[in-house]
Design a protein around this ligand. Structure first.
Ligand SMILES: [Mn+2]
Length: 343
């Protein structure tokens, strides 16, 4: 860890402090905010957890109510001023997935690659590990701080979700933190959270989206032609990656003025974050990790009266991917790549 916990605590003393997650917070973001709130509370630093966008998944909402985590939506924030301090967790100032609130973003604790360089953080702990929960748990471990069972359970659930049960983005620290959290956490509660990740009322939509998959050399595209949450798009993208012939999945849906994307990769050479940022750079923006990423494209940049927008979207990605050699992809004999598979 780059800076000492005492530096963070000294920085925050005497200020009203908010812990802000990314928009539409997921289990890792919520667990990190909760774990950090309890940790800072032990040093008499009171904090308010805030976020923009709903807690979308039933099981995520269940975790919030199970542990009594107090989360305030930005629309309910009454007192925040420009003098108040914000710590962003599982997200960074300037990224598209976090609303810029009026308070001062003085600190960041995150596990995402840096896309917008911000040099005025007074405290910064960004580590490329499997989950933000890992980093928060590491503070307890390093400083021998007693961890309540609820915090251990939330952090372990966050770690399991973001690493997809230790199958993506796992580092040695994640494994060490797993063995640290495991005896402290409530395993049965985690199983209960995990077993409800697809909601009953989504089953029809889920089945429809499976019928519309198109696969080109291991790259799968699925358009979800109905209203759905960001979390739902992400879980479909996770699911499609389980198909044996799929190495890379791109799932997207319509929003009021554009398209929302969730991308997953199981191949190191196909970096999901880099590929989506390049694919969408002229039509919107995207970014994320090697194995999971997200993005947005403005409708006016993708809709073309002469071409099906699904083809436009597929080509945006395939034009980038065709130039990346990877195992499982067979280049055409003339060396021109897979251009012929599209259009
Ligand atoms: Mn995360």
């Amino acid at each position: 860890m780059s800076q000492k916990l005492s530096e963070l605590i000294d920085l925050l003393k005497g200020h009203r402090v908010y812990i802000q997650t990314h928009n539409f917070p997921d289990p890792d973001a919520i667990a990190s905010a909760y774990g950090l709130q309890v940790l800072l509370g032990k040093f008499n630093v009171k904090t308010i957890i805030c976020h923009h966008g709903n807690v979308e998944r039933v099981m995520t909402a269940n975790m919030v109510s199970e542990f009594g985590i107090d989360m305030t939506a930005d629309s309910e924030l009454k007192y925040m001023t420009a003098e108040d301090y914000i710590i962003t967790v599982d997200s960074q100032k300037g990224n598209a997935n976090i609303l810029d609130l009026i308070g001062d973003e003085v600190a960041v604790i995150d596990h995402h690659p840096v896309f917008c360089e911000v040099d005025d953080y007074k405290y910064r702990d960004i580590r490329m590990v499997g989950s933000c929960s890992t980093i928060i748990a590491d503070y307890y471990r390093q400083y021998h701080i007693e961890m309540p069972r609820s915090v251990a359970t939330a952090l372990l659930y966050g770690l399991k979700c973001d690493t997809r049960d230790f199958t993506r983005g796992v580092t040695q620290l994640d494994v060490d933190i797993f063995s640290y959290l495991f005896p402290k956490a409530d395993g049965q509660l985690i199983r209960h959270f995990q077993s409800g990740e697809i909601e009953f009322n989504e089953l029809n939509a889920f089945a429809d989206s499976m019928r519309n998959i198109e696969i080109y050399d291991g790259v799968a595209f699925a358009f979800l032609d109905f209203t759905c949450t960001d979390a739902f798009i992400a879980s479909i993208s996770d699911f499609i990656l389980n198909v044996d012939t799929v190495n890379f999945s791109v799932v997207y849906t319509r929003r009021s003025d554009g398209f929302k994307f969730s991308v997953r990769s199981e191949i190191d050479e196909l970096n999901a974050g880099t590929i989506i940022s390049q694919a969408l750079k002229d039509v919107g923006s995207g970014g994320g990790h090697k194995s999971m990423a997200g993005g947005y494209a403005a409708e006016s940049n993708v809709l073309d009266i002469s071409i099906d927008y699904n083809k436009v979207i597929q080509n945006l990605f395939l034009d980038i991917i065709k130039n990346i050699p990877y195992k499982g992809y067979t280049p055409k004999k003339d060396g021109t790549g897979n251009e012929n598979t599209v259009i």
